[in-house]
Structures are given as structure tokens and as C-alpha cells.
Design a protein. Structure first.
Length: 445
């Protein structure tokens, strides 16, 4: 019997995981090529030249499409529908801004080419404040004004507005009263301000906007609209913080093991008249686990996480070896390290695309004792334990809702694993090392 059958399953499973992640992140779905004549062709890109796309088209085989005949490339049918809705939404926003501008220009108090400062829209709902949805909506409208109405307004740069708000102890994403906004507008020599509010009604946002003069605070123009909240959040995704309260993770954990040294011990038994002695047959120094986990953020700064592994990747049985006249005879009994997992609460700190975690909780494990005698091969639960752990981790969100995490767990209290012989004597086999390392990929929604 091999005492250390570790690498095989770990390597195979690791390669499977790498292939799965590669297919998921890189290959993606078939693309849809929309030609300028309105034709849609679905297929996967095989090769791209300076002038053509070579694709494997569904139902048509290999096709060569001239780049100057392609109007747009979408990822799949769902994206086509999303782009259509987004296009309609953009038209609605364009019309909203155009009506606001036209109404202002029709007022006697309007000025030619006025200086316009755009203040983040206000909201009273805590969830919308956390998302910075008012800031995001204002930025989307700013983009439209810059794209379509730059010849009609001198728009104050965001950096200049942020600087003045900071001097007035205000924030781009915080609450700003109309009086405070007018004061800021006067300090930066703005002629008019774009003010507004955002609230949520069912699956829609209610957006109200108005242009006011900084001299008197008079409203010169006002408009409102109720777009889909989903599409507005998508349109403003670069500026707002969308909730990612839940996450699923898939990881590999390394656990170090330290064998207990003992033996030979006289078993009190014989084989062919020769005495049998027992020795600790465990020389495993590591175990690997595939771990599945669920992450939940009740608030941005707190993470509650549960991880569980049903079985180890690596072979990690341990047990008592029998020797007859100092010659290895057989493994008399063994223990199998079964499922393990942990539950932790972590404090979260964000640094750009990186997140750090510091917390603690409990680590649990279950193992079985196996009677390996030829006449009676059976197993039964032998050891179970819960021990505290302290966790430190860092995560890189290389995509908005996907991250790679490296965590280190410290076990202030270690646990001794045992194996029980057929005559009922229990011997220590090894202990868990105090440090465990886990690498995983997490997907948030």
C-alpha cells in the first residue's frame, strides 16, 4: 500500500479547473455580426485580418466578412435585446435633455452661451445614496450635454466643481442643499446650475431636473422622466456603486500536517509465533481540498462567508502499521480525513480594484476510522472538531463582478488526529499545522 498518494488527483483536478476557468472567461459565447444591410450572422471568430473577419457561422460553416460591411458585433441574442433597450433609453435621455435645454432657451432670462455647473442629483433613500445614483445620473446627463450641446453652454469641469465643493465641506456623492449649490455656483462664476433629484418607484427611477439661475435661484426650466432603473444603472455603471451583496466562490485549500513520531510499540499480538509491533504509519505532510463557498455582504464593510469541502483532493489516510520482526506486514487500521469547512465574519476595506479582509470564525472537520483487517473492512466516524481561526485575505477584482482571492487562515489552537486499533487503543497520528492557504475565484451578483 502506498503511504503517500498525493500528486495524482490534485494535478488532474487542477488541470480540469484551469480548463474550466479558461473556457468560462476567455471563450465566452458566440458573437452576432450585424451587417450594414441588416443581416445578422451568428458565429465564433476564428481569425481576424486587417480587412476581414473569418468566422465559423452557425449553419453556414466558415465565412469571410469584410470589415467595412459590418455595422456592429454583439456577444449573443440577449445582448442584442439589451442594446436595443439601451438605444431606446439613450433616445429618451437625449429627448429629456433636449427638452430641458429648449425650455431654458425660451426664457427671457436665458443668456447666450452661459456657464453651466452640473450638481449631483439628490436622493433621500439610503440605498440610492450608497449606490451614488444621484452622482451617476448627473454624470450621464453631463455626457449628453457635452456630446450634443457643447456649443450652447460652457460646462464647468468636474475637477473644478469637486475642488469648490471640497472647500465648502461638501461631497460630490453627498447631500447638497439648493442654497449650498447656489453658493458654490456663485463662487465658480456659473450663470446657471443644473439641479435634480432621483427616487425609486417600483422598477423605475423618477428623475426630476431643473435649470436655475445663480443670481436669484429662479427656476428657468424643469423636466421629469421615469426610466427603467435597470437601464439607468447600466447606463451609469461607470459612475455608480451597484450592490454585489452575494458571491459564489470555488477554491483550492492547502493544509499542512505534522506527523506524530512514535513506535515501535509491542501490540501484544503475534504472527506465526513472531511478535507484532506497531508504528505510526503517517508520513503525510499536506492535504488539499476543493472548497465551495457562499459570500454575503450585509453592508459594504462586512463579509459573512461559509466554505465547505466534502472530501480532500489528496489521499490523506493515516494509521497504525504492523511490523513482524521489523518487516512491514500490513496497515492494521487507518483514519480518513473527510469533510471540512469554516464560517467567518470579516471586516472589508477597499483600495481601488483590491479588497482586503480581516476577520475570524470557526473551522470544523470530520474524519473516520477504518478497520483494514481483511476479515472486517469497515469505517465509522472517529473524530470531529471545531477550532477557532483568524483570517487575513486580499482580493483583486480584475472584472467588476469577478475576483481572485488569496487568504491565509491561522489556527491558534491545533487539533490532534488519531487512529484506533482493533483492540481499542487510540494513538495520535498527526496534527494540523497552524496556517492554511486558500486560493479561489469568486463571482458576485
Amino acid at each position: 500500500m502506498s503511504k503517500n498518494n498525493l500528486p495524482g488527483r490534485f494535478i488532474v483536478t487542477g488541470l480540469f479547473t484551469i480548463v474550466f476557468i479558461f473556457i468560462f472567461l476567455v471563450c465566452g459565447f458566440a458573437e452576432v455580426y450585424i451587417l450594414k444591410n441588416g443581416t445578422q450572422i451568428k458565429g465564433k471568430l476564428k481569425k481576424e485580418t486587417d480587412t476581414h473577419f473569418i468566422i465559423d457561422a452557425e449553419g453556414l460553416g466558415e465565412l469571410s466578412l469584410a470589415k467595412d460591411t459590418v455595422e456592429q458585433i454583439l456577444k449573443d441574442e440577449k445582448t442584442i435585446e439589451e442594446e436595443r433597450i439601451k438605444s431606446l433609453q439613450t433616445i429618451a435621455l437625449d429627448d429629456f435633455v433636449a427638452r430641458l435645454v429648449k425650455s431654458y432657451q425660451s426664457q427671457p432670462e436665458s443668456k447666450p452661451f452661459p456657464v453651466l455647473a452640473i450638481i449631483p442629483f439628490q436622493t433621500e433613500e439610503l440605498s440610492l445614496i450608497e449606490k451614488k445614483i444621484g452622482f451617476g445620473v448627473a454624470e450621464v446627463i453631463t455626457d449628453l450635454l457635452v456630446q450634443k450641446h457643447l456649443k450652447e453652454f460652457q460646462i464647468v469641469e468636474r475637477s473644478k466643481l469637486e475642488e469648490m465643493l471640497s472647500e465648502q465641506k461638501l461631497s460630490m456623492s453627498g447631500v447638497i442643499s439648493d442654497n449650498s449649490a447656489i453658493k458654490v455656483g456663485q463662487l465658480i462664476n456659473a450663470d446657471i446650475l443644473l439641479l435634480g433629484s432621483v427616487s425609486r418607484i417600483g422598477n423605475n427611477y423618477s428623475i426630476n431636473a431643473r435649470l436655475v439661475t445663480t443670481e436669484t435661484g429662479k427656476i428657468l426650466s424643469a423636466e421629469s422622466m421615469s426610466p427603467s432603473s435597470k437601464e439607468i444603472e447600466k447606463e451609469a455603471s461607470a459612475y455608480i456603486d451597484l450592490p454585489e451583496n452575494w458571491g459564489l466562490c470555488y477554491s483550492v485549500r492547502y493544509m499542512g500536517l505534522t506527523p506524530k513520531v512514535w513506535g515501535p510499540i509491542d501490540s501484544g499480538r503475534t504472527s506465526g509465533g513472531k511478535p507484532i509491533k506497531w508504528v505510526n504509519g503517517s508520513d503525510f505532510r499536506s492535504a488539499y481540498f476543493f472548497v465551495f463557498g457562499i459570500r454575503y455582504f450585509p453592508i459594504k464593510s462586512i463579509l459573512i462567508e461559509f466554505q465547505h469541502s466534502p472530501n480532500p483532493i489528496s489521499s490523506n489516510t493515516h494509521g497504525v502499521d504492523e511490523y513482524v520482526d521489523n518487516e512491514w506486514y500490513n496497515r492494521q487500521s487507518a483514519g480518513h480525513f473527510g469533510c471540512e469547512g469554516n464560517l467567518t465574519v470579516n471586516w472589508v476595506k477597499k483600495f481601488g480594484p483590491f479588497y482586503t479582509y480581516l476577520g475570524g470564525g470557526m473551522f470544523y472537520f470530520v474524519g473516520c476510522n477504518i478497520d483494514m483487517s481483511p476479515s472486517s473492512f469497515n469505517s465509522s466516524p472517529n473524530f470531529f472538531g471545531i477550532i477557532p481561526l483568524v483570517r487575513g485575505a486580499i482580493e483583486w477584482r480584475f472584472r467588476k463582478r469577478t475576483g481572485i482571492n488569496l487568504s491565509v487562515d491561522y489556527l491558534p489552537v491545533t487539533k490532534e488526529f488519531t487512529a484506533t486499533t482493533r483492540n481499542g487503543i487510540t494513538y495520535p497520528m498527526y496534527t494540523i499545522d497552524p496556517l492554511m492557504i486558500t486560493i479561489f475565484t469568486a463571482f458576485y451578483f
